[in-house]
Design a protein around this ligand. Sequence first.
Ligand SMILES: Cc1cc2nc3c(=O)[nH]c(=O)nc-3n(C[C@H](O)[C@H](O)[C@H](O)COP(=O)(O)O)c2cc1C
Length: 192
Amino acid sequence: MTKRVVVGVTGASGAPYTIRLIQLLMEKGVEVHLCVSGLGKRLLFEESGVKKLNAEELGVSAFNSNLVLHNDRDLGAPIASGTFLHDGMIVLPCSSNTLGSIASGITSTLVQRAALVCLKERRKLVLGHRESPLSLIDIENIKRTTEAGAIVAPLSPGFYMNPVTISDVVDFMVGKLVDLLDIDHEMPVRWG
Ligand SMILES: Cc1cc2nc3c(=O)[nH]c(=O)nc-3n(C[C@H](O)[C@H](O)[C@H](O)COP(=O)(O)O)c2cc1C
């Protein structure tokens, strides 16, 4: 059966991770439900030159039919409901703002709402948080979301596979995240 993953993108640094993740999921035949916050759109543009959200700009036109875009302001979208069945959600990158909203249980965007739905439905939720250094507020929000069932995966790539290019670093981090979603891949992440 086709796997279905919700990908939320928020306004933290790390757009190359997002693009590589979407490409990898789609290469693997996963149906991707993509929702990008306002600041997430800005980061996709600033860091990866994505001007418009579509399959072509994201480099996945070959798999266009498996990409479903959702408006972050549309709290009535299918992914806002627990009745929408899927295999997990990843927020990549996850800003401290979105982390805090999820931790508080108060949501005003579709990314935040879809993430909270994962927690109430006991579905997989991976938060690729990026901020440095961390305030005590971030640390407490990481603890709270973890206790509620989320997996907080800080965007801190390892270097033990001896990366040479930025793309190697990105592939490593994305491979680790896709492991958390239980999707098979051939990214170079395995020591030994
Ligand atoms: C260029 C740029 C880089 C940013 N990088 C980060 C970051 O790495 N981590 C973070 O938590 N916020 C970062 N921010 C701030 C967030 O975008 C801001 O808190 C915003 O309210 C997040 O909204 P969202 O969670 O709805 O996307 C950045 C903002 C800009 C403009």
